[in-house]
Design a binder for this molecule. Structure first.
Ligand SMILES: Cc1cc2nc3c(=O)[nH]c(=O)nc-3n(C[C@H](O)[C@H](O)[C@H](O)COP(=O)(O)OP(=O)(O)OC[C@H]3O[C@@H](n4cnc5c(N)ncnc54)[C@H](O)[C@@H]3O)c2cc1C
Length: 389
């Protein structure tokens, strides 16, 4: 294998490129946007399993250096009454715990690291077609093309590669809600560090965490049509959230009220539980192109990094590409589908009300029962083990 074409420069694409270089393979990233995805979104949390996967390819520091610890989620109702505390599983409470960071910082760090390791990143290249005749050729929307030995689709929830591999591939389901996110400084104290606060109001849920530097990062789950918030101005979003949480006593609402216009963003949330065909004709998938779990799992980026490292591991050890991709699917399919199904049980499509109650009940019950999520958070990738086809 001499050259891998990675389509998409988000978390999955950059982690794939980094892992491929660690495995001694060449990779080029083709990103549709002119400047990459680094302006998108607000913040995310990388779980212990995501950090473990980064550690396998000597990249854990990229997250540790620009993040803060997130040990637990404090659940409260709309009357500001405590419902329970959900402790996020970690292999070693003294050292590695889930970490929260700005999305833009993660994109930038991964991109810089990929380039430092010799990866070429080409912007403004949107994949539109691919053909395999011995090697694989990628065709872009600017009428250019390029060839390689393998094409990895890391092109996100609305992946083009997914439909090139299988024109009948399922489309992601809209969950029935958008997430609005934002950031504001010096409104809520950073006195309770290391915690997320999650509020279950009368009509919707929201939450926040405050970084050590005093910046509060918040989110609100808004039940609505898929496109309903697409063109909304920040003032409209602020007022929509004001109506949704009117009558509730929730600290997050204070942060929302004080947030500057340019800090608002809204995004529709999808779910993709299963993709029947993972690989075909010199092409495969990683990250949201392959599986989309509800954001409530906070696992999308971590699972994307696991995919990336496992794929590189397979390609490093198994010379026959078809056999390597078969092993990749064998190692990953059950796990990624289980994550999506777990998320769907917590907060599923089209029905946020009862399911919000379910997640709250689930969180409360976890205080008295032995946690059963270790399979998810404490997953370990042994990079030094030798894989066989
Ligand atoms: C509101 C919200 C909050 C979330 N919070 C968390 C969290 O706390 N923790 C967590 O782990 N996950 C979280 N997630 C999920 C996480 O963001 C994603 O799972 C993760 O970023 C997946 O990355 P990706 O690289 O697969 O896709 P993306 O980040 O979507 O990247 C895909 C890239 O491919 C490019 N692209 C698309 N089509 C083409 C094409 N045809 N040709 C070339 N390039 C193309 C796009 O421009 C983009 O840059 C959250 C998601 C949402 C919506």
């Amino acid at each position: 294998m001499s050259r891998v074409l990675v389509i998409g420069g988000g978390v999955a694409g950059m982690a794939t490129a980094i892992a491929l270089r660690h495995a001694g393979l060449d990779a080029t990233v083709y990103e549709a946007h002119p400047t990459g995805a680094d302006g998108k979104g607000a913040f995310l949390t990388i779980m212990a399993n995501g950090l473990d996967a980064l550690r396998a390819v000597d990249a854990e520091h990229l997250v540790l250096d620009r993040s803060f610890a997130s040990r637990d989620v404090k659940m409260r109702n709309g009357k500001d009454r405590a419902l329970g505390v959900l402790t996020i599983p970690t292999p070693d409470p003294e050292k590695v715990i889930p970490r929260t960071l700005r999305r833009a910082d993660l994109y930038r760090a991964l991109t810089d690291e990929a380039q430092r390791r010799g990866v070429e990143v080409v912007y403004g290249k949107r994949l539109v077609a691919a053909r395999q005749e011995g090697s694989v050729t990628a065709f872009f929307d600017d009428d250019t093309r390029t060839g390689g030995d393998l094409l990895v689709g890391a092109d996100g929830v609305h992946s083009t590669t997914r439909t090139l591999i299988d024109p009948d591939a399922p489309r992601p389901d809209y969950t029935g809600w958008n997430i609005v996110m934002g950031a504001v400084r010096d409104v809520l104290p950073s006195s309770s560090r290391d915690s997320y606060y999650m509020y279950f109001g009368t009509k919707a849920s929201c939450g926040h965490t405050t970084a050590p530097d005093g910046e509060t990062w918040w989110f609100a789950n808004v039940p609505c049509g898929e496109e309903e918030l697409a063109g909304a101005t920040p003032a409209e979003l602020r007022s929509r959230l004001g109506e949704l949480f009117a009558g509730d006593r929730i600290d997050t609402v204070e942060a929302i009220r004080e947030t500057a216009d340019e800090q608002f963003m809204a995004t529709a949330c999808f779910q993709l539980p299963t993709v029947p065909t993972w690989s075909r004709a010199g092409m495969t998938l990683v990250g949201d192109a392959l599986h989309v779990a509800s954001p409530v799992t906070t696992q999308g980026a971590s699972m994307a990094i696991e995919d990336a490292v496992t794929l590189a591991h397979c390609l490093r050890d198994i010379p026959d590409t078809t056999a390597a991709l078969r092993t990749y699917e064998r190692l990953r399919r059950e796990r990624v589908e289980r994550v999506v199904n777990t998320g769907a049980r917590m907060l599923g499509p089209k029905n946020p009300g009862p399911l919000l109650r379910m997640i709250r009940d689930w969180a409360i019950s976890r205080q008295t029962r032995k946690p059963d999520m270790d399979w998810l958070h404490l997953h370990h990738i042994d990079w030094d083990s030798e894989l066989t086809g």
